[in-house]
Design a protein around this ligand. Structure first.
Ligand code: MN
Length: 742
């Protein structure tokens, strides 16, 4: 955190800047201040100022700007109150300075101390074993079950760090961005903090895929005028009609994030120009609390009178809010010039919840918030708590399950008495049973969905009414894990299976005990371990369990040598341990070494190019140290890499290209277009004759006048590939040319 001071600082100027930031914070929290609050905030500020006084941020500015900025985000962008602002000001104090938690407690009371303690625990990031990172995530998630404010302040902390990431070394930029994409963006999404989620994604992309980011940003910028004109043409008649109807509403266009546009381009394999929803139209209605729903549908009716809606693109999150509290009406209509346009309709109250999420919703809870939202959010938090209590101890698995859960789309299902159960998409009857009660899940033999009998593996759909059929005799089995998608059901099934196994194992243990006595061998740890190894079982429990199921041939016991009650071992083979040997001998290194340099020095490390993203010179690349000491080179945009970096940040090796003009790299291109005679000729002409590029293969497939093609070529540098793609795109009939990823 501290950077050595090199230049003398203008102290007066610095003081003025700190005061300016402090005033910004006060302004943001002002509407929520009550008697004495300002004094407490001032006190927290002064303690933070004093404790951090010798620290500077990587940018060189005094450290206090960071807690001030975090507190301002907490107040202004998340909408939390005075207690949270105080905690945000103190969030790094216990962690980084001599100020203790006891002192926090004495000055500000137990509530503040508990939250600061939670924040301190999360930020103690370790490095070392594989699962440390995952364990950290688990800790972050655990705080969800205590006080949700801890996680909200942590999100604000991360947001400010992302906003100021330019000042951080490249290696840390990648690690922090990956972690943000991997965990913080989904968390923000789940808590309904949509604008923060969007910013997380855009900022992460800025560092992990800087080239693409810049490209899309500049294209968006250059088309701005044209887009604004279109939005204007769309909104003007609409706003007029809405006014006529007596509704009070704002109608405007809202750009989508760069990250979401890029995702769409990748997912659909289309060019920037072909992404139709680079913006959405929003209608925000100033409605009386009891007329919210009515007014939204009234606006919907006006929109669809003017523009034709797409029949299957209506989403009603007003009747059934999302589990994170989101309420809105979405439709897609045909706008001027034959372009599809997404329209989002909601009231001002709904809009604040949509932008700021859960916390804003709390503010409304005391007033006249709708009951369904309360229940939906509470329901989700309850699920989280349940899940966190699960006995499963594998942190990595836990995080993966949980992450799936964070982004999952939802379906709405009902119990026979009409209670709503929100489940992730693809949830089954068995998931439903576990969602109601663990016992019901364990004993589930089938279900009636809308009065029709279905098996436990039946996938539920939106609106299904489900009645679970159970029998006391039913027990979970291994294959049930394939029938469920919710993490709750998964962890409950695993726990039940373990229980069952233990019970059956008891029988196996008795059988083994008897057999051992027959051959005069002792029942002791060493003998059991010997047998487990011999029969290739992972644990004694596995051994007992398989004995009970008669899957172990115990007659072989007679053949063993037994001395003094112990089996005489032909020692079980030791597992081979691969040691980490960094290679320093330049001769051992592949002949391509001069291609890539690691870190700031020109260390020689053996490396290999990752097959998943097939980097070529010129690409943004990063190295990842694998366990055998080899560095794998990935593109920074590679999804595998993002995943790896977020979990094993300490294995990142900074990597860049040097002298790139020698070897060649295999690179794949994907083409779409209209079928045209002689196309292959034209393509090979460009590749071989014009650009003198070696080709490995070309395959074209055409159907109904449309063709798809894959071409593999040997490329020396990204510039060369770009030029080739550019040339191909100019051929008549070619619609798109893209690099093949993964
Ligand atoms: Mn911080």
């Amino acid at each position: 955190m501290t950077a050595p001071e090199i230049l003398p600082h203008d102290e007066d100027l610095e003081k003025r800047n700190i005061l300016r930031d402090y005033r910004t914070l006060l302004k943001a929290i002002k509407p929520r201040l009550r008697d004495g609050d300002e004094k407490r905030i001032r006190q927290a500020f002064e303690i933070a100022l004093e404790s951090h006084k010798d620290m500077r941020r990587k940018s060189g500015e005094p450290y206090i700007h960071h807690p001030l900025a975090v507190a301002t985000i907490v107040a202004e962008e998340i909408g939390l109150g005075v207690t949270s602002v105080i905690c945000a000001l103190l969030h790094d104090v216990v962690e980084d300075t001599d100020y203790t938690l006891d002192e926090v407690k004495r000055e500000f009371g137990g509530e503040v101390a508990t939250i600061v303690d939670g924040l301190t625990k999360i930020s103690k990031l370790g490095s070392g074993s594989d699962s440390v990172q995952a364990e950290n995530y688990r800790k972050i998630l655990l705080t969800l079950s205590d006080d949700i404010r801890v996680i909200l302040i942590k999100i604000a902390d991360r947001l400010h760090n992302m906003r100021t990431l330019d000042d951080v070394p490249r290696k840390n930029q990648l690690k922090i961005s990956s972690e943000t994409l991997f965990l913080y963006a989904p968390l923000a999404h789940r808590l309904g903090l949509y604008s923060i989620k969007g910013e997380f994604e855009d900022l992460s992309m800025k560092y992990t895929e800087s080239e693409k980011y810049k490209e899309i940003a500049s294209k968006l910028n250059s088309k701005k005028r044209e887009r604004n004109r279109f939005i204007n043409d769309f909104c003007t008649p609409l706003a007029k009609e809405i006014e006529k109807s007596g509704l009070k509403a704002k109608v405007f266009g809202r750009p989508k994030t760069i990250f979401s546009i890029w995702n769409k381009m990748k997912k659909k394999g289309i060019d920037f120009e072909d992404v139709y929803d680079k913006f959405a139209i929003r209608i925000i209605i100033d409605a009386e609390p009891e007329k919210e729903k009515e007014d939204c549908w009234k606006a919907y009716s006006i929109v669809t009178d003017l523009y034709t809606p797409s029949p299957n693109r209506l989403r009603d999150w007003i009747s059934h809010p999302k589990a994170n509290g989101y309420e809105s009406l979405h439709t897609t209509v045909m706008g001027p010039k034959g372009k599809w346009v997404e329209v989002q309709i909601r009231t001002e109250r709904m809009d604040i919840i949509a932008e700021r999420g859960l916390a804003a919703h709390w503010k409304y809870k005391e007033n006249k918030g709708t009951k369904t939202v309360d229940e939906a959010v509470e329901g989700w938090l309850m699920q989280v708590r349940e899940f966190l209590k699960s006995p499963d101890s594998n942190a990595i698995e836990f995080i993966n399950d949980f992450k799936l859960q964070l982004y999952a789309q939802e379906i709405y299902t009902f119990t026979p008495s009409g209670d709503l159960k929100i489940l992730p998409k693809d949830a089954t009857a068995l998931d439903f049973a576990y969602a109601i009660h663990t016992g019901l899940g364990d004993n589930c033999i089938g279900a009636k969905v809308n009065n029709k009998l279905v098996p436990i593996s039946h996938v539920l759909r939106n609106g299904d009414q489900v009645e679970i059929i159970s029998s006391k005799k039913q027990k979970p089995s291994e294959d049930w894990l394939n029938f469920v998608v919710t993490s709750k059901a998964k962890s409950k099934i695993k726990a039940s299976l373990k229980e069952l196994k233990k019970k059956v194992g008891e029988d196996g243990k008795d059988i083994l005990d008897r057999k051992l006595r027959q051959v005069k061998a002792n029942f002791n740890t060493e003998n059991i371990q010997f047998l487990a190894n011999y029969y290739k079982k992972n644990t004694p429990l596995d051994l007992y369990y398989d004995i009970a199921n008669e899957k172990v041939d115990l007659s072989k016991l007679k053949g063993f040598k037994i001395i003094g009650g112990n089996f005489e071992l032909p020692r079980p083979e030791k597992k081979e341990v691969k040691e980490f040997i960094p290679m320093t001998n330049a001769e051992d290194i592949s002949k391509n070494t001069e291609l890539v340099i690691f870190g700031d020095t020109s260390d020689m490390i053996p490396y290999e190019f990752a097959k998943c993203c097939a980097p070529i010179p010129g690409d943004d690349v990063v190295g990842f140290l694998s366990i055998n000491g080899l560095v794998k080179i990935h593109r920074t945009s590679c999804n595998n890499m993002i995943n790896l970096m977020s979990k094993y940040g300490y294995r990142i090796v900074k990597t860049r290209w040097t002298n790139p003009r020698k070897p060649e790299f295999l690179s794949g291109l994907m083409l779409d277009g209209l079928d045209d005679i002689g196309l292959i000729n034209k393509l090979t002409n460009i590749i071989s004759s014009e650009m003198k590029i070696n080709m490995k293969s070309i395959s074209l497939e055409s159907k109904d006048g449309i063709f798809k093609g894959e071409i593999y070529v040997y490329i020396q540098h990204q510039d060369q590939l770009n030029e080739l793609m550019q040339k191909m795109k100019q051929l008549p009939g070619i619609i798109s040319v893209n690099r093949i990823e993964n």
